[in-house]
Design a protein around this ligand. Structure first.
Ligand SMILES: Nc1ncnc2c1ncn2[C@@H]1O[C@H](COP(=O)(O)OP(=O)(O)OP(=O)(O)O)[C@@H](O)[C@H]1O
Ligand SMILES: O=P(O)(O)OC[C@H]1O[C@H](OP(=O)(O)OP(=O)(O)O)[C@H](O)[C@@H]1O
Ligand SMILES: [Mg+2]
Length: 290
């Protein structure tokens, strides 16, 4: 049987990626020490690899496709094709930011104050380029991790990734510059994209992964409405949404379907009821394919 070799991100993106695949229709199980992952899709051969190394392995053909952050794709300099952007991170559905930060009590106010100073980061290539672009000569050193702890002690500033901001707050750090914003990407190499079977498999996966992400924060609403109240009910619904309307066997009634933002239902459901809607059902969604 033909197989697509897929690189799966180990570390921060791992759990969120398993959850996204589940919603997209592929169940993946990770056993504690094995780097080969079991899934219910026989056409996939999945292996865990660090996000930093993903793009190189995809470029070199060790994997046909893989998932990793845009930050490490750029940092590695690997030549890969981006199949699609997937807007999720470790804790939420958003981008992460690489920021230049100093301790709260530091005198350093901007990158200009870092001339001749020391900066620690894992994202060394990008940081060097960024400082060169700003014409600041600083000593930029590689950090193996736990970088936040170094600011103000081992180095003058750090360049570190932040998502929720809690690590910066916990270490009493102040952001002085936003350098780079990154989201997760589905990548593949040319060779795989030139193979018809692999290309279709990759495109199908991208469609389902994007479809699963698109449901984030969205729910479906179904209801029955007496025809005479239809206008009143429509007014309650978000103006930019077009509901599907179908005729019930009883010609005095219609059924109405709509997909809306979950955070709005608290207000909308009672208003729908008051406007004459009945049998209102709210249901979760697995995928929306636009
Ligand atoms: N909250 C987050 N924290 C860290 N990385 C995140 C987060 N959300 C998304 N990412 C992405 O995950 C990738 C991080 O992977 P990387 O292999 O560098 O480290 P890690 O997964 O944090 O592993 P480790 O635990 O060893 O530091 C990057 O592409 C990064 O943008
Ligand atoms: O803004 P936050 O939501 O707090 O997320 C950012 C933190 O998460 C990552 O650390 P990780 O868990 O990868 O540990 P590490 O320091 O070993 O890389 C990153 O390096 C930051 O420390
Ligand atoms: Mg990390």
């Amino acid at each position: 049987m033909k197989k697509l070799k897929l690189g799966f991100p180990k570390g921060s993106l791992q759990n969120a990626t398993v959850e996204l695949f589940k919603k997209a229709g592929t169940k993946i199980s990770i056993s504690s020490r094995s780097y080969y992952l079991i899934s219910d899709d026989d056409e996939l051969e999945i292996m865990l690899v660090r996000s930093q190394e993903m793009a190189k392995y995809v470029q070199d053909g060790f994997f046909d496709a893989g998932l990793t952050g845009f930050d490490w794709i750029c940092e590695s300099g690997a030549k890969v094709e981006e199949v699609c952007e997937l807007n999720y991170a470790k804790s939420g559905f958003r981008s992460v930011r690489w920021v230049l930060a100093v301790t709260e009590d530091s005198k350093i106010k901007s990158i200009k104050d870092l001339e001749g100073k020391r900066v620690a980061t894992e994202l060394i290539n990008y940081t060097k380029k960024y400082f060169a672009k700003n014409k600041i000569k600083a000593d930029i050193e590689f950090s193996w991790g736990a970088t936040e702890a170094k600011a103000g002690k081992l180095v003058d500033a750090i360049v570190e990734l932040t998502e929720t901001g809690s690590s910066l707050r916990a270490n009493k750090l102040r952001v002085i510059d936003e350098m780079f914003s990154s989201t997760t990407r589905f990548i593949a190499n040319d060779k795989a994209l030139n193979d018809n079977w692999k290309k279709e498999k990759i495109e199908n996966m991208a469609m389902l992964l994007k479809g699963a992400l698109a449901t984030e924060g969205m729910v479906g609403l179904k209801m029955n409405v007496p025809l005479k109240f239809l206008e009143k009910v429509i007014v309650v619904l978000p103006a930019h949404k077009k509901p599907t309307i179908s005729q019930l066997s009883d010609r005095e009634w219609i059924a109405l379907d709509i997909i809306i933002e979950e955070r709005t239902v608290k207000k909308i459901i009672p208003a729908l009821k008051r406007s004459g809607a009945a049998d209102i059902i709210e249901y979760p969604l697995n995928k929306i394919i636009y």
